[in-house]
Design a binder for this molecule. Structure first.
Ligand code: SF4
Length: 342
């Protein structure tokens, strides 16, 4: 057995769908290189850092060493090449420091779920020099051949700045899916929340990613414009999503987080929050204007609305509703939700 402290970093954030599939979390950069969005608290106290390729490879090698030791320990206790609970417990008692390792449990869960998917952390991996990103992806795939899907967060503006050749090379190196924070397609609102990209930038970034072969997952925030901008937010978001036609559209209803600039805007009355019914009305307007072949997903607890019967208006499934076939079904569910409390 290797004498190893299994040193590798694990960041905090990943999309819920990557938790559901128990993805291996591999940290290629630290925090967010933009960090100005007024609603976001994720990396606010932290400084962005690119990690040297050597360091990323060393993390992947340390993960591989832990996988090897878990496999040998399980084999020693009777199951050839299969990770077992007995093997895990035995290694934990032989290397007690593992009980306090910030990434060991994540890696074990990933193995127990079959070791199939990986998520690259943190906030915008596409900011890496393309050749470093490509080399890191190749090392990850070569080290863990069982991985059949790699995804990451990315910013549309950074994608728009990359050449089609670089994007295609990154895709071919193994990055399959990009999670993009659209938030809104309305220019006035995008400026107000300091997203650092306008509607056209979102469209260019999304379209370039799809042309390079990535699966694109766009996140939007119902209610982000408050009562003041609800209609323009809904209609312009639908317009931009129609232009991109991403593989996934994911709803992340807005709620102000303490200590963010937008929280102060709400507190001082500069912005008026939508009521739950008004949020659903905004959703109805946006969904009605959607003309896409995307999967539309409500895979987050923030999509909390219920019908008068008490069941959730939307399924929280990661694969969501297939548009355009399910569009009328979604609209009918929204109408049911809108009757709640009437
Ligand atoms: S780009 Fe994403 S992670 Fe960075 S500040 Fe904006 S919402 Fe937060």
């Amino acid at each position: 057995m290797a004498t190893n402290d299994y040193h590798f970093e694990t960041g905090i954030y990943r999309p819920p769908s990557e938790g559901g599939s128990a993805s291996l979390l591999v940290r290629f950069t630290r925090n967010c290189p933009w960090n100005y969005c007024t609603f976001c608290s994720m990396y606010k106290t932290e400084k962005f850092q690119l990690r040297p390729l050597k360091e990323i490879k060393s993390d992947i090698n340390a993960m591989a060493a832990l996988v090897d030791d878990l496999t040998s320990e399980s084999s020693r206790l009777g199951k050839n090449d299969q990770i077992t609970q007995a093997g895990i417990q035995s290694l934990l008692s032989r290397s007690p420091a593992l009980n306090y390792h910030p990434g060991a449990d994540m890696l074990i869960q990933w193995l127990l779920f079959g070791g199939k998917t990986a998520f690259i952390q943190d906030g915008n991996s596409m900011i890496m020099p393309p050749q470093d990103l490509i080399q890191a992806l190749i090392h990850l795939k070569t080290t863990f051949p069982s991985i059949n899907r790699i995804t990451t967060y990315a910013r549309a503006r950074t994608i728009a700045q990359r050449t089609p050749e670089d994007l295609q090379a990154i895709r071919e190196a193994g990055l399959d899916r990009l999670h993009l924070g659209l938030e809104s397609g309305d220019d006035q609102l995008l400026k107000q929340i300091k997203k650092g990209v306008d509607a056209q930038g979102h469209i260019t970034g999304g379209q370039k990613a799809i042309a390079a072969g990535f699966q694109v997952s766009e996140y939007w925030m119902p209610g982000l414009g408050g009562k003041e901008m609800t209609e323009q937010h809904a209609l312009n978001t639908a317009r931009v999503l129609n232009e991109i036609n991403p593989h996934y559209i994911r709803s992340r209803p807005f709620r102000p987080i303490a200590d963010t600039p937008i929280y102060e805007q709400v507190r001082t009355g500069e912005m008026t929050l939508l009521t739950p019914t008004e949020q659903l009305q905004e959703l109805k307007l946006m969904v009605s204007a959607l003309n896409v072949t995307s999967k539309v997903c409500f895979d987050h607890a923030g999509n909390h609305w219920r019908t008068p019967k008490g069941d959730l208006v939307f399924s929280h499934d990661y694969e969501g509703y297939q548009f355009p076939n399910d569009k009328n079904k979604v609209l009918a569910r929204i109408d049911e939700g809108l009757t709640y409390g009437l």
